[in-house]
Design a protein around this ligand. Structure first.
Ligand SMILES: C[S@@+](CC[C@H](N)C(=O)[O-])C[C@H]1O[C@@H](n2cnc3c(N)ncnc32)[C@H](O)[C@@H]1O
Length: 244
């Protein structure tokens, strides 16, 4: 494994809306026993422990929130979609914190973590998840799914994506796609995985904060929608799921 540092070329850039990136992530060989661009079946914390510090430009994390099931009290956990959700390993707050801390460690300076989040955590706060990290909240997007979901009061049609950046926090010379709206409509074919996220949106975000050939990680990959997004954008992928 190479322990090179990211190369920062601080050439003056015209504006914060520049389409250039002034940071190059170090080239990394896959850690022993792991492979790029495939669906690894393993614990995400184990995968993250094998990564060097300050090496990865982009990470996605979509926790299997136990809290949502508790708060919604679906009462239908033995039926259809409820059953599909409950058959996936749930993550405690402590586990989610451990994932985020390990991702923060592995990101290059000014690297990004795209963190999928439900509205309960968004509204009640998640600041404690960032306490042991070098991450700041820099943006947020809402994914409009184009279909009606569950909810006793309003019915859910959206999910949220919090954009976190490792210090130092900056957009100029780092974020290079400036056309992504913060409400994104994309339909995902139901069936493959109860929590599959929009491939096109994830591809746009990857293109915004990495260069072709860069490595993108997703340690709880579900349907491996981020792998698909990497294939569409010419990036390398390293990710896993307990279920493979
Ligand atoms: C919300 S889903 C991810 C969906 C994914 N973003 C997609 O687009 O399909 C969370 C996934 O985390 C997995 N998971 C739970 N605990 C895990 C762990 N310790 N290591 C790796 N994966 C885990 C579950 O099996 C589930 O597939």
């Amino acid at each position: 494994m190479l322990h090179a540092k990211p190369i920062i070329t601080d050439a003056p850039l015209a504006t914060v809306f520049s389409k250039d990136r002034c940071i190059t992530a170090p080239a990394l060989n896959a850690p022993a026993g792991l492979h790029y661009n495939t669906r690894l079946k393993m614990d995400g914390l184990d995968l993250l422990s094998k990564l060097p510090a300050n090496a990865i430009p982009v990470a996605f994390f979509d926790p299997q929130y136990r809290g949502v099931l508790d708060k919604l009290s679906y009462g239908n956990e033995g039926v259809s979609r409820g059953k599909a959700r409950c058959s996936l390993a749930q993550m405690s707050e402590k586990t989610i914190q451990a994932f985020i801390a390990a991702i923060s460690r592995s990101l290059i300076p000014s690297g990004h973590l795209f963190l999928w989040m439900d509205k309960f955590h968004l509204c009640t706060g998640f600041a404690n998840w960032l306490e042991e990290t070098a991450l700041d909240v820099v943006d947020m997007l809402t994914w409009h799914k184009g279909r009606i979901g569950m909810g006793y009061r309003t019915r859910r049609t959206s999910e949220h994506l919090v954009v976190l950046q490792k210090k130092p926090r900056r957009a100029k010379g780092i974020w290079k796609v400036h056309t992504i709206p913060d409400i994104w409509s994309e339909q995902v074919k139901p069936g493959s995985h109860a929590h599959k996220k929009p491939t096109q949106l994830q591809g746009e975000l990857i293109a915004a904060v990495s260069n072709p050939g860069d490595l993108v990680i997703d340690p709880a990959a579900g349907s491996f929608s981020v792998l698909e997004a990497c294939q569409n954008t010419g990036r390398n992928f390293l990710g896993c799921d307990l279920n493979g």
